[in-house]
Design a protein around this ligand. Structure first.
Ligand SMILES: Cc1ncc(COP(=O)(O)O)c(C=O)c1O
Length: 404
């Protein structure tokens, strides 16, 4: 593969696409080149085949294991009458299943309305670019996900980045700002650090300064609103003006949605270009989510997930990793093992994979340069035995590579 592209690269030397080869070389030199692995699932997402080899999966966002739940699969198949509506919802793509799911999601969020997008990424860029314009200032947490960053860029708004979870800095920036329309943008559980934001504190600042609040709850949705115990990430969520989430994490399905007031949803239907100009989410995928929601509401899968998170995170503490999210003392299912150096992170990931543990390296631009990491993503389907094996390998290989 590499050889083939080298040969092609030679032929392209004075070609109008030489910049493509240059970019790829640059990425390779900086240890930022990404390659696709072939993944196939087996019985559940705890063990998958990575390039044909069975591996314990610490990479999945299928936190509750619902993507292969028998009831969800059965209801999805039963509802399948066409692959897709093949149209924007504003033309011929709206369906009963979409409406049913939106009603369910609005109830779930306790908002007037919900609106489904084809993906969480599209929901983020669609909502932000509609609610913000050149005259708006967006106050965005330093660690916000790429889809939120892209939404900010697309909106043309002035963007002020506040230090991660630093509400004093946030308020300082808001005080200095002169825009008539101001928006605070955060996640509940941060996707690459696994810590959580202080939703109540952000809400208080928003009230003091009359600021709109938008929160992305992709990694908390259907987990922390259902789980037992104190310190729920979704505490205070209802006080946010706009909630965005993905259906491809705890629900194990596909698609994205926003929940907000009647008028905001009407505005999105009329002005949000990713909603208007892309085909609607296929109806059978709405049926998957409709089947997954009551199962998620039972709460037993969240109990299993939290048991696994508690087990894994307490052990990883002792191994001696720099697990950045622990600063907040909140342990979510996302546990970053920060290595720093990009090359070493890739070596770590590769060595683990050859021992049957799948954890992808997370590098720039997903995280800052020099903050590369393996991001352990814990799911309810993992058995304690599998977690023990993974921990042993992480410790042995981490020591061998002088990471710990
Ligand atoms: C915080 C956050 N928001 C949005 C998305 C995008 O969601 P989707 O995969 O549904 O496009 C992701 C994806 O990983 C995410 O981590």
């Amino acid at each position: 593969m590499v050889l083939r592209s080298k040969l092609r690269g030679k032929r392209l030397k004075h070609d109008k696409f030489s910049f493509v080869r240059d970019e790829l070389c640059r990425l390779n030199k900086a240890n930022l080149y990404r390659r696709l692995n072939l993944i196939s699932t087996s019985k559940n997402t705890a063990v998958i085949l990575v390039n044909g080899v069975a591996s314990i999966n610490l990479c999945s966002n299928d936190y509750l294991g619902l993507s292969q739940n028998k009831t969800v699969l059965k209801m999805t198949i039963e509802s399948l009458s066409q692959i897709s509506q093949c149209s924007s919802r504003l033309i011929a793509g709206n369906s009963n299943e979409l409406i049913q799911l939106e009603n369910k999601l609005a109830d779930h969020r306790k908002t007037d309305r919900a609106l489904i997008y084809p993906s969480g990424y599209m929901a983020n860029i669609g909502v932000i670019s509609t609610l913000a314009n050149k005259l708006t200032t967006i106050y965005s947490d330093e660690y916000n996900h790429a889809s939120l960053i892209d939404g900010c860029r697309l909106s043309g708004a002035r963007i002020e980045i506040y230090k991660h979870n630093d509400l004093d800095h946030l308020e300082h920036l808001i005080r200095k700002g002169t825009s008539d329309r101001k928006i605070i943008l955060t996640e509940t559980i941060f996707s690459m650090d696994g810590d959580r934001s202080d939703l109540q504190g952000i809400h208080n600042i928003a009230l003091r300064h009359n600021v709109i609040t938008i929160v992305d709850d992709s990694h908390g949705d259907f987990i922390y609103d259902q789980a037992p115990g104190p310190g729920l990430a979704s505490d205070g969520l209802h006080i946010f003006d706009v909630h965005i989430s993905s259906l491809s994490k705890a629900l194990g399905c596909f698609g994205g949605y926003v929940a907000a007031s009647e008028q905001i949803v009407e505005l999105l239907i009329n002005m949000s270009r990713p909603f208007m100009y892309s085909s609607g989410l296929p109806s059978h995928l709405c049926s998957s989510a409709l089947a997954a929601i009551p199962i998620a509401y039972k709460g037993n899968l969240q109990e299993r997930l939290i048991r696994n998170v508690t087990f894994f995170s307490s052990k990883i503490d002792h191994i001696g990793f720099n697990t950045e999210s622990y600063r907040s003392r909140f342990r979510s299912q996302i546990i970053p093992l920060v290595v720093g150096d990009e090359k070493l992170t890739m070596q770590f990931s590769k060595a683990l994979l050859s021992d049957g543990i799948f954890m992808q390296p997370i590098r720039y631009p997903t995280v800052q340069l020099g903050k590369a990491r393996l991001r352990a993503s814990i799911t309810a389907t993992l058995h304690l035995e599998q977690l023990k094996i993974a921990l042993e390998k992480i410790e042995t290989i981490g020591k061998r590579l002088n990471i710990i």
